[in-house]
Design a protein around this ligand. Structure first.
Ligand SMILES: Cc1ncc(COP(=O)(O)O)c(C=O)c1O
Length: 455
């Protein structure tokens, strides 16, 4: 039986009421948060379903517990920030050694961990030269500046419904008329972002070529698969086409692997042999400790250094690239331990095997019930979307959004002990995830679909 659009109100009400009834401590904490904007430490936390987020008390491996004593299998994993699992032992030990034994949380001085991490990122992703930030957002911001510096061109090109952090230039989408526009909800942009950015649909090489032909694009900034509007995979030849077009139009290819790192130890770049000029990553490589990084080819690095040496740009002082706490020893201790001992090749193999199973199970339930949804996997992550076949552009995927179905699925899961990523229906595996965790999800997903199809 096929699910029609919309969730019956009684099912949604039942889940809302249960959420409220079983989380009195979280509700009380939310109500008491009089000094927090939107009652949360970061306004995004209001994306959680149910009217208020869980107030958590502990988080270890693939488990979190809330202040009411409920335990959850965590498939959200801090929207990838905790892809390592929560508080991995090796990262904790390295951080403790650094801050409690050796000392130094922030010093504005280098230490040996930095070169180790740079070398390890080079080994994994292929780019030889690295620099560090405190977030992937900042890494993207600085990468864009360096791309403009190196090419002497003013604009960037992005894909409609991309997300690269709160980077001004990226908040552009194609409207229903096919014309670029500021993304709905964009908070008071300093300038209309359509003046800084060209935007096209994902998987549309003709459109990329058309826009690059203007000759004013410093960089194509993209994930190698869209992961922030569902997962939208590249069609065969698309990424190779981007590389070829970027080279032909003297534009840099900036690949943001912050989420697609789930594809393997060197992300999609290593897995699929991509050749970016600049690579950005953040979130998980510090095991949850704030960090971000961007890698450069020798050619790009040399040009940046030359223009800096000539006085054309200041990358040393207040030229717009940098942060006081960026490159701090705490982040490096965490990144060294996380890359060296936690997010290993063996860990990825385990995580990807589990995601294979998760995806196969969900697909089988969708097929057996003729549900017009699709599920897309990217290594250790998988996400279902309320449309079938799977979307091939950001615009198509955005059109498949269904707030009520999202809310129902999130609450159905959370009320029965599973946390999914709030902005998506994304599930991510960590080294501590187990086949039993996946099976628990499979049975709950089967039950949710049964309720929806029966109603
Ligand atoms: C692909 C991508 N890049 C960059 C970011 C920004 O990361 P952060 O918020 O940690 O700066 C995100 C966040 O979701 C992301 O998905």
């Amino acid at each position: 039986m096929i699910i029609d659009t919309g969730v019956p109100g009684r099912l949604l009400d039942r889940e809302r009421q249960r959420y409220r009834a079983e989380h009195p401590g979280s509700l009380a904490a939310y109500r008491a948060a009089d000094h927090l904007l939107g009652r949360v430490p970061m306004t995004w936390m209001n994306m959680w379903s149910g009217g208020f987020p869980l107030s958590f008390s502990t988080a270890r491996g693939s488990r979190i517990t809330d202040v009411d004593g409920n335990e959850y299998i965590d498939f959200a994993l801090g929207d990838t920030g905790a892809m390592t699992g929560h508080s991995p032992a090796a990262t904790i030990a390295a951080v403790q050694q650094r801050i409690a034994v050796d000392g130094g949380i922030t010093t504005m001085l280098p230490n040996a961990d930095a070169e180790w991490v740079g070398a390890e990122l080079s080994r994994r992703f292929g780019l030889p030269i690295w620099s560090f930030s405190l977030s992937a957002t900042d890494a993207n911001r600085w990468a864009i500046r360096l791309a403009r510096l190196v090419t002497g061109k003013p604009k960037i090109l992005v894909f409609s419904y991309c997300y690269h952090g709160s980077v001004d230039e990226t908040f552009v989408v194609l409207g229903p008329d096919g014309q670029p526009r500021s993304r709905p909800g964009n908070v008071a942009p300093a300038v209309d972002p359509t003046t800084t950015t060209r935007v096209v649909e994902w998987n549309d090489l003709d459109a990329v070529e058309r826009e690059l032909a203007h000759g004013d694009v410093a960089a194509i900034l993209t994930e190698p698969a869209l992961t922030n509007i569902g997962i939208v995979l590249p069609e065969p030849g698309f990424l190779a086409g981007l590389r070829e077009l970027a080279t032909r139009h003297a534009t840099l290819l900036v690949i943001d692997e912050t989420h697609t790192f789930s594809a393997g130890p060197g992300g999609m770049t290593a897995r699929d042999g991509l050749q970016p000029d600049v690579l950005v990553i953040g979130k998980s490589i510090g095991g949850g400790v704030p960090c971000g990084a961007y890698g450069l080819t020798n050619e790009v690095a040399e040009q940046v250094l030359r223009r800096s040496a000539s006085g054309e740009a200041d990358i040393v002082d207040v030229g717009g690239v940098g942060g006081t706490l960026a490159g701090n020893p705490l982040s490096f201790a965490a990144m060294r331990a996380t890359l060296g001992e936690v997010l290993t090749a063996g860990a990825f193999e385990h995580m990807i095997n589990l995601a294979d199973r998760y995806t196969t199970d969900v697909q089988a339930i969708l097929d057996a019930n003729e549900v017009p949804w699709s599920i897309t996997q990217l290594g250790a992550r998988a996400e279902y979307r309320f449309v079938r076949p799977a979307p091939r552009t950001g615009g198509e995927s955005a059109a498949a959004a269904d707030d009520q179905l999202d809310e129902f699925m999130h609450l159905f899961m959370i009320n029965r002990g599973i946390v999914m990523t709030p902005f998506h229906n994304m599930a991510l595996m960590c080294p501590a995830s187990t086949i039993a965790d996946v099976s628990t999800h499979t049975e709950l997903f089967r039950a949710a679909v049964a309720e929806l199809t029966a109603s």
